[in-house]
Write a protein that binds this ligand. Structure first.
Ligand code: ATP
Length: 333
């Protein structure tokens, strides 16, 4: 449904996008993640036909965003970071206006507007002036204007920015409910939003795509080996030697935060196998050490994100781009 190939964008001396390529399949929600200034808005604006790329191509529903810009705009609903709302219009009047400029036939407009109002939970606010709405309701109006012409593709740029936790949850649920009927790109730097909403994720840093794939697979691949935190009672050198000999253990280190207390020491352990926790526990107990704590460290999306978007990661971009999903990951990283 969305095909982006080798996109570059240069603003004067700023290179905002470098060789960005990705796919989004029909009905998917892709989380487009990146820190401030990574190039998310630039990508969204190119995809929606509001900004030309310097080079490369982007297609939406088979139409080229540059050469078939009008056809693309009819097939895409866009919620920019700051939605262009008219504060002196009522919700209904504004949605009628948007439906008209998006080319919805006059006879279809009442039905489309009612549908968008219902879908976005705006029934009680339909006759209210937009200026009188809370930020959460304005955001819903922003989403309603993005779906009023029933586009197959919806692009949402930071849709929950500035919302309180309850509004956040409501907007996320709304976005989730739109998937299936629509293909969605959700640009954000809010990680729980991606965890809660998206099937797949693309991570962009300094204008380059650094990872793309199914969230679970990506995390497993990118976080690599499982690690453990342990607290063990016993002589540290002997504990370390015993742990190092357990099959599936790659390395053991006495933790720098280790403070000897009641002959207990803390260790960090990296595993080479998938999950050697049981063998670790059994070996320690068999060897007569006191196993006070064994905690498997579960890497989070935040770990993955920070790992990929820190300065060091950006500078070592010569390393191969991690890809977990051959059918949908970047073709030309
Ligand atoms: P944020 O999360 O802060 O909105 P972003 O990921 O959306 O960031 P972009 O807004 O796409 O990032 O910006 C990418 C880079 O391009 C940044 O370095 C930004 O300063 C630069 N940039 C964006 N728009 C322009 C412009 N009109 N002129 C010059 N540079 C720009």
């Amino acid at each position: 449904m969305i095909e982006v190939d080798d996109l570059h964008k240069v603003y004067g001396s700023t290179v905002a996008l470098k060789a960005v390529s990705f796919r989004v399949e029909p009905g998917e929600i892709l989380g487009f993640l990146g820190p401030n200034g990574a190039g998310k808005t630039t990508t969204m604006r190119i995809l929606t036909g509001y900004l030309p790329a310097t080079s490369g191509t982007a297609r939406v529903a088979e139409f080229d965003v540059h050469t078939d810009s009008l056809a693309v705009r009819q097939r895409i609903g866009y919620l920019p970071e700051r939605p262009p709302l008219y504060p002196d219009m009522t919700v209904t009047a504004f949605l009628h206006f948007v439906a008209r400029i998006k080319g919805v036939a006059a006879g279809d407009r009442p039905g489309r507007v009612s549908h968008a109002i219902r879908r976005c939970g705006l029934e009680e606010k339909q006759s209210v002036l937009i200026r009188q709405l809370s930020k959460g309701y304005r955001q819903r109006v922003g989403i309603a204007q993005a779906i009023v012409h029933d586009p197959p593709v919806i692009v949402l740029d930071e849709p929950t920015s500035g919302l309180d936790p309850r509004q956040n949850r409501e907007v996320r649920e709304l976005v989730r409910s739109l998937a299936g009927d629509h293909t969605i790109i959700l640009s954000t730097h809010i990680l729980p939003e991606v965890d809660a909403t998206c099937n797949r994720v693309a991570i962009i840093n300094r204008g380059q795509l650094v990872a793309a794939g199914q969230l679970g697979a990506l995390m497993e691949q990118l976080t690599g080996a499982v690690s453990y935190d342990l607290e063990v009672r016993g002589a540290p050198a002997a504990v370390q030697q015993t742990l190092a000999a357990v099959p599936g253990v790659a390395s053991v280190a006495l933790s720098t935060s280790s403070t000897q207390m009641d002959s207990r020491y803390r260790f960090t352990l990296k595993a080479a196998a998938r999950d050697p926790g049981e063998a670790i526990a059994a070996t320690l107990v068999r060897a007569g050490f006191g196993l006070c704590e064994l905690r498997r460290h579960q890497a989070s999306l935040e770990d993955v994100f920070l790992n990929l978007t820190t300065e060091e990661a950006a500078e070592s971009s010569a390393a191969p781009t991690p890809q977990t999903d051959a059918s949908t990951s970047p073709e030309t990283p």
